[in-house]
Write a protein that binds this ligand. Structure first.
Ligand code: ADP
Length: 469
């Protein structure tokens, strides 16, 4: 059975087919056009047809060229799919994508860049790149395009102007678009919104400036303190010495020659001058803690033994028992560490309960990256409300007649502990003894001189605050 090509043509091409036949009748040729044939096996075969009328021996024939375009069609389909995929990527990209031509006119923008700049794609299309920036931006953009033309790419942080007149900061990765001959025909920019990062940078810069100002202030305060120490050592000590020696002279020469009252007054003056001398010396010692010294390996066992030997008389007199656990070797300043233990142990003996022999326990615990020492006594204890005040310079809870002292010992301790990057605090129930805890950083590498100076001032500031209260 003979088959007509018409029978092999799927239904959907029949109208197209009739059109081509009409063209054949009118012009003597048809096509080229594309259609499909039904293969013997049932699947469809895409073809490209063209033809003309041939006449031979008075009979008209249709001469047709039929080209199988299966492969081409497949390739086209793939291309379409990949284009769709790219379009999807471009449209859903979190980065803005912006194409301009060689005259800076926008010829493509994706959704993200439109969101950033608050325009619709239609509003942006065809617009000059310069419409989206201020004067300063234009000059930067000009340079960047010039750079792109030379090296093909450029990267920069850039400030765009949005439709509502706001600024958005963007990171631009741009590349030149060139034609087959390598001529520049436009630019492509990948645009990342970095407004938040820029805001943070500004905040950071502000806080750095703030810190710098604060540091300068601290340095200035430290200088003041150093001057104060100088005043204390020279200008104060000198007249005091003169006063003391003249009063002593007066006492030596006139004791018993004046009346009793005068003798008593002279005694008071001498006592007060003596106290003042001690205070001034304490102050000087305090301001000297941690100056120009080197960190060393400090064996706390040895330090505590030395301290106990120094306090031998007090221990014997009060019949105190001191228990010492095995202590670590730390990185520290030996003289200061010794002073720290000395002050705490001496206080534990000094602030004992009447009629109770002092029992003192020195222990230590290893925490994550520091040592926590504890010096526990069975003395008079400290009210909770006073537990911070006692670390402030010259603050005492008792009169000098009750317990001797100037109130500087614990502020020394605080400064020494802070010098070793640690903390000091007390836990106590009044009447039931106190435990002084302090921490020392393990493998401590030391502060810079500036940090030490900063600390001096920190303590000084606390003091000022307290006096103001
Ligand atoms: P000072 O011993 O010269 O008075 P400190 O600075 O060493 O100065 O101590 C401040 C105050 O803290 C003391 O006057 C005392 O009231 C209190 N204190 C210190 N250590 C103890 C302790 N172990 N038990 C009870 N109170 C203490």
């Amino acid at each position: 059975k003979l088959m007509s090509y018409y029978e092999m043509t799927p239904e959907k091409y029949k109208d197209k087919e009739l059109e081509q036949l009409k063209s054949l009748e009118l012009t003597g040729r048809y096509g080229p056009y594309e259609k499909e044939y039904i293969h013997k096996n049932g699947h469809w075969v895409p073809v490209r047809l063209s033809g003309t009328i041939l006449e031979k021996d008075g009979i008209k024939y249709i001469w047709s060229s039929v080209e199988d375009i299966t492969e081409q069609t497949k390739a086209k389909g793939k291309l379409r799919k990949s284009e769709e995929r790219y379009r999807q990527i471009v449209e859903t990209s979190q980065e803005g994508i912006w194409l301009i031509d060689e005259n800076r006119k926008t010829n493509f923008v994706n959704k993200r860049i439109c969101e950033m700049l608050e325009y619709s794609p239609e509003e942006m299309m065809g617009k000059d790149l310069f419409d989206f920036m201020d004067e300063e931006g234009m000059s930067i953009a000009k340079d960047s395009i010039a750079q792109q033309k030379v090296s093909g790419v450029d990267h920069l942080d850039f400030k765009f102007l949005t439709k509502t007149g706001a600024f958005v900061w963007a990171y631009l990765a741009t590349s030149a678009v060139v034609d087959d001959k390598g001529n520049y025909i436009g630019g492509l920019a990948m645009v990342t919104d970095i407004t938040v990062r820029k805001q943070q940078e500004v905040l950071l810069r502000n806080s750095e400036t703030f810190l710098e100002v604060k540091n300068k202030e601290l340095e200035r305060k430290n200088k003041e303190l150093e001057q104060f120490a100088y005043v204390a050592s020279h200008d104060l000590q000198e007249p005091l010495r003169t006063t003391t020696s003249f009063v002593e002279l007066l006492q030596r020469q006139y004791k018993g020659k004046l009346d009793q009252k005068a003798d008593k007054y002279l005694d008071y003056i001498i006592q007060s001058s003596g106290r003042m001398e001690v205070l001034i010396k304490d102050l000087l010692d305090y301001s000297r803690i941690g100056h120009e010294k080197e960190l060393q390996q400090v064996d706390c066992n040895k330090i505590v033994q030395d301290v106990l030997a120094d306090l031998d008389t007090a221990i014997a007199e009060t019949q105190a028992t001191v228990r010492v656990a095995s202590l670590p070797v730390i990185q520290g300043y030996p003289t200061e560490v010794k002073q720290l233990f000395q002050n705490l142990v001496a206080n534990a003996i000094k602030f004992r309960k009447k009629d109770t022999k002092p029992e003192i326990n020195i222990s230590v615990q290893k925490r994550k990256d520091y040592w926590e020492f504890a010096i526990k006594d069975n003395g008079i204890g400290i009210e909770k409300e006073q537990s911070e005040r006692i670390f402030i310079i010259f603050q005492r809870l008792h009169t000098r007649t009750e317990y001797k002292g100037s109130g500087i010992g614990l502020s020394h301790c605080k400064k020494i502990v802070e010098l070793h990057n640690g903390k000091i605090w007390v836990t106590s129930n009044a009447g039931e003894g106190s435990t002084f805890h302090f921490t020392i950083q393990d493998n401590y590498a030391g502060y810079t001189k500036n940090q030490v100076n900063g600390m001096t001032n920190k303590t000084a500031a606390t003091t000022e605050k307290n006096y103001a209260q």
